[in-house]
Design a protein around this ligand. Structure first.
Ligand SMILES: Nc1nc2c(ncn2[C@@H]2O[C@H](COP(=O)(O)OP(=O)(O)OP(=O)(O)O)[C@@H](O)[C@H]2O)c(=O)[nH]1
Length: 364
């Protein structure tokens, strides 16, 4: 960790837009790109031949970025994401494409978000030029419940998101929407849920979700971590609680899907470890390294702001599965809160065991 790692504001924010097949990603994106605030955006779509924005690419040379009417760039991934992002950045530097200020990567509906997040973190050239702004997941307000029941990928997408957009709310019954919202809240307590109709959403609610707030030019710890959301009382998945039951709507989904729901959601835990006293950095790294070595594939996402003994300012950590971003020493504490807070979203790991393993890190 070094002070050079700080202040990555000049890196371009990259957002991942994910969400199940047909959940409204393209509809959302095409509306967002008309908003003036998003005019200088480059969009990368990793599925070739889709309708929506992509028809432009089918008709034009697909390997060339296309300039949309809104002033945004759009291109599909030909090789892999690393090549596409590197090439886009090179062209930007050489003036071959407009100087976009933000990147949005729209993933395919079935994609696991983890490899895309890891790509942004792991490639040294990309990590120097782009920073993860956030994961935006669309969830279909009408079909979301059954998609979460049937497809574990959609549960993972919703669990790791920084922002959840509930789409097609114009078509959903209020009771269906309420049951879905309760389920998503249990799965991902920290992500704000934004309701959309025909992709109509204020872009400022979706972007600038990362640690670095370009408007304030300071780290936005509270907005990024939202640690307090995990401390609020909520339902415990491990008890096999059926969130649909609370609202009396399980009849809409049937007995079979209710048991699927428990099975899927119960694999995911989202919680926050806290420590009052400054952490010993060596012990903390041992804790994280052991966790990664043993359970890396089960760590869907980790974010944290740590009070490390010997440092006057906090250290931010961020990881996805086996990969961790280099820890960044932040320039200042944002407020009076001095506790270390580490948010974990895990699959098939027991919260209690991790809490126990974390406790020596905080001991004297
Ligand atoms: N009524 C209504 N229809 C919507 C809304 N959002 C999306 N749709 C429709 O839902 C269908 C799927 O939307 P898309 O935006 O293509 O979804 P997608 O997630 O990009 O789909 P894939 O890329 O195939 O995974 C389209 O027919 C949209 O017009 C909405 O808020 N209300």
């Amino acid at each position: 960790m070094s002070r050079e790692d700080i202040l990555p504001e000049e890196r371009l924010p990259a957002s991942l837009l994910t969400g199940f097949l047909g959940s409204g990603k393209t509809t959302l994106l095409s509306r967002l790109l008309r908003q003036p605030a998003l005019a200088e955006t480059a969009v990368i779509i990793n599925e070739f031949g889709e309708i929506g924005l992509d028809h432009l690419l089918v008709e034009n040379a697909p390997e060339q970025p296309v300039l949309l009417d809104s002033g945004c760039l759009c291109c599909t991934i030909r090789g892999d994401l690393i090549d596409t992002l590197r090439s886009l950045f090179r062209r930007r530097v050489k003036g071959g494409v407009p100087p976009f200020k933000r990147v949005v990567i729209e993933s395919t509906g079935l994609a696991d978000p983890a490899p895309i997040l890891q790509t942004l973190m792991s490639d040294p050239l990309l990590a120097d030029r782009f920073r993860l702004d956030g994961v935006i997941a669309t969830v279909d307000a009408v079909n979301g419940m059954s998609q979460l029941d049937r497809h574990f990928e959609s549960v993972k997408q919703a669990a790791v998101a920084d922002r959840l957009v509930l789409t097609k709310t114009d078509l959903a019954e209020p009771a269906t929407l309420a049951a879905l919202q309760a389920r998503l809240k249990a799965l991902n307590p920290a992500a704000p849920q934004i309701l959309a109709r025909q992709g109509e959403v204020d872009g400022s609610r979706l972007f600038d979700a990362g640690l670095f707030n370009p408007a304030l030019k300071t780290p936005d710890v509270q907005g990024w971590l939202r640690a307090e959301a995990y401390e609020a009382p909520r339902h415990d998945h491990d008890h096999g609680h059926d969130h649909g039951h609370e609202h009396g709507h399980t009849h809409e989904h049937g007995a079979q899907s209710a048991s699927d729901r428990n099975r899927h959601d119960a694999h995911i835990r989202a919680f926050c470890l806290t420590a009052e006293r400054p952490l010993d950095w060596e012990r903390f790294t041992r804790f994280i390294e052991t966790l990664i070595a043993r359970d890396g594939d089960k760590l869907l996402r980790i974010k944290g702001v740590l009070n490390v003994a010997g440092f006057d300012t906090p250290v931010a950590v961020h990881g996805v599965q086996h990969l961790f971003h280099p820890p960044a020493l932040l320039p200042a504490w944002p407020d009076a809160e001095r506790r270390s807070r580490l948010v974990l979203i895990v699959k098939d790991l027991r919260e209690e065991e991790i809490r126990q393993e974390f406790s020596p890190v905080t001991a004297n």
